[in-house]
Design a protein around this ligand. Structure first.
Ligand code: FES
Length: 246
């Protein structure tokens, strides 16, 4: 259902209620930046575009509103950095209406390894609220996560390494890149390869366990108003059809 139109490179693009600019553009079968949208969490910068005249805006973090004008950055050459107009400082930023879920806790522990877990147990025993941020998988631990990141199949990176040629082994630069390093299927496989990340079997046990994890993640985002029901149903159906742990 259309809730309005934004203008992308001079053409109208429809959006639905709750869409960010990036999501509206992706829904239309295009990409907001020159390399696609990767994290949808404001972390990678792949979705940069000029929004209402301001360059380098992360379009995945800005709500689509009727009449917003988006110009994709040119493939060659970069637009000038926005200048700060002191008179603008009193203006209410566009993103101020985006709701943010905040978690309050007595103790935030970075890392769920042996010492982090021990510290968490100690704080819990002392009656404190504890939240552990564990990035052992190499995935983001903060921000708004998609079901893909909430029920991960590997490590999703905002970088990649050049495979061949004179820059082989070096980080890909200048072009937006991302990478995926899959989890081993079983504990035996990961132990043999020295992979410290839990295997798929250790995480989900069975195919049904994986589907359940995706379902729980998608439904929680729907409940929080962060994901459309039909998008959640598509993700759950894709998980059911997948061969993960089958
Ligand atoms: S897709 Fe917007 S910052 Fe990564």
């Amino acid at each position: 259902m259309t809730d309005g139109r934004i203008v992308v490179d001079g053409r109208p693009v429809e959006f639905e209620a709750g869409d960010s600019i990036a999501i509206a553009v992706v829904r239309a079968g295009e990409v907001p930046g020159r390399g696609g949208a990767l994290c949808l969490a404001g972390d990678c910068g792949n979705c940069l575009a000029t929004v209402d005249g301001v360059a380098y805006v992360r379009t995945c973090q800005v709500a689509a509103r009727p009449g917003t004008v988006i110009e994709r950055h040119p493939a060659v050459g970069k637009p000038p950095l926005p200048t700060v107009d002191l008179r603008d400082l009193a203006r209410v930023p566009a993103a101020v209406e985006i709701s943010v879920n905040r978690l309050r806790t007595d103790v935030a522990i970075i890392g769920g390894g042996r010492s982090g877990s021990a510290a968490a147990r100690e704080a819990e025993a002392a009656g404190r609220d504890v939240f552990v941020l564990d990035g052992r998988d190499g995935n983001e631990v903060a921000g708004l996560k998609s079901p893909l990141a909430m029920a991960p199949l590997g490590t999703y990176t905002g970088w990649n390494v050049t495979k061949a040629g004179p820059f082989k082994g070096q980080l890909c630069g200048d072009v937006p890149t991302g990478g995926f390093i899959p989890f081993a299927k079983t504990k035996a496989e990961r132990t043999a390869s020295g992979d410290p990340r839990l295997s798929l079997e250790e995480r989900y046990r069975t195919h049904d366990g994986y589907v359940k994890a995706v379902t729980t993640a998608a439904n929680s985002l729907v409940q929080d108003g962060l994901l459309l029901r039909h998008d959640a149903d598509t993700m759950i159906a894709q998980a059911e059809k997948s061969d993960i742990l089958n």
